[in-house]
Design a protein around this ligand. Structure first.
Ligand code: ADP
Length: 163
């Protein structure tokens, strides 16, 4: 029974994330999408509860995928849940340096391997932060995020929230 971990902040989930989760789910028996509290970024746009709900709405059709909150080290979480691998999406060379360093650190800490999936070309420019920037100024993000997420972004920025 091979379990994979897809960690990330998913703030909010985009079509690029969903593509990586769906493809991971084809190769592993079980996939845990681990939502981080996002320590290295200045502040979360959506609460961890909101991010979890959005993920559940859009990956609910995948029977072997579940959503959990991640606190602490990814490797400890992986060990606790019996995960055999961490799976990350790679968009561009700019992702590579950091992801390689992280994968090697995790390997050193726990001998867990990280598998990389290259982004589908139509999503290579997509990031949660950029999507939020566009939505904040009224841009159309309906081709970049699922409809439920687009609606939440619209509601959030219509209320004048800008965090
Ligand atoms: P972001 O970097 O957009 O804030 P996360 O921290 O939520 O995203 O990233 C979680 C995982 O999803 C990471 O492995 C990241 O590289 C991957 N990912 C994010 N956006 C995409 C995309 N458009 N295509 C492929 N992988 C992606």
């Amino acid at each position: 029974m091979a379990i994979a971990l897809c960690p990330g902040s998913f703030d909010p989930v985009t079509n690029g994330h969903i593509d990586i989760i769906e493809r991971t789910a084809r190769h592993f028996d079980d996939v845990i999408v681990a939502v981080t509290r996002n320590p290295q970024k200045s502040g979360s746009r959506f609460s961890i509860e909101e991010r979890q709900v959005m993920l559940e709405e859009v990956v609910g059709h995948l029977e072997n995928v579940r959503i959990e909150w991640l606190t602490g080290l990814v490797v400890d979480f992986a060990r606790l849940h019996g995960a055999a691998a961490i799976v990350k999406g790679l968009r561009a060379v700019s992702d590579f340096d950091y992801e390689l360093q992280m994968a090697q650190m995790n390997q050193r800490l726990s001998a867990i391997d990280t598998f990389f999936i290259s982004t589908s070309p139509q999503y290579s420019f997509l990031s949660s932060s950029l999507v939020c920037e566009v939505a904040k100024f009224g841009g159309d993000v309906t081709s970049m995020v699922p409809p439920s997420v687009a609606a939440r972004l619209e509601a959030k920025f219509a209320l004048g929230e800008d965090s």
